[in-house]
Design a protein around this ligand. Structure first.
Ligand SMILES: *[C@@H]1O[C@H](CO)[C@@H](O)[C@H](O)[C@H]1NC(C)=O
Ligand SMILES: *[C@@H]1O[C@H](CO)[C@@H](O)[C@H](O)[C@H]1NC(C)=O
Length: 133
């Protein structure tokens, strides 16, 4: 009986922890690969960045911007696409939380597009432990 309960509890946890669909994962991987070709960020720095520790390295930041733009969160002329971001966040957090997060993570004004990308990445990671890059 105990074992059965554990299995049920694990199954419930697994469903609550929403993750990306396979298609979303494949897209992200494709963007990552393309951006790494243009901006060959150091592997170790990138690994750290994906755990929320973003080094002050230009190649790494260019890579970050590249993935954020390719993912459609920012247009090439620097407009933040809140709807696209919200859709993505809704797959890693509760839908009602996604809306709040988008508002919070895009609230800083007077940033250039690269600074915006960085702010979004940092805020999203801090709030969800999900790395957009
Ligand atoms: C940033 O990382 C690149 C490798 O991706 C390296 O060549 C460069 O020296 C680094 N720059 C700084 C300032 O650490
Ligand atoms: C990081 O997340 C915590 C908890 O959600 C929040 O209290 C804090 O203000 C956030 N920090 C930044 C820099 O967003």
């Amino acid at each position: 009986m105990k074992v059965l309960y554990s299995v049920v509890i694990l199954a419930v946890i697994a469903t609550v922890q929403a993750t990306l669909t396979d298609e979303q994962k494949a897209k992200l991987k494709q963007h990552q690969d393309e951006c790494l070709k243009s901006f060959p960020a150091d592997k170790l720095l990138l690994e750290k960045a994906r755990k929320g520790d973003l080094a002050d390295n230009k190649t790494l930041k260019d890579y970050l911007y590249c993935v954020i733009e390719k993912s459609g969160f920012i247009t090439p002329d620097g407009k933040i696409q809140t709807a696209v971001l919200e859709t993505k966040l809704a797959s890693v957090t509760a839908a009602e939380n996604a809306k709040k997060l988008v508002a919070k993570c895009t609230s800083q004004k007077n940033l250039d597009k690269k600074e915006s990308a960085e702010a979004i990445y940092k805020c999203v990671y801090n709030e969800t432990k999900f790395s957009l890059i």
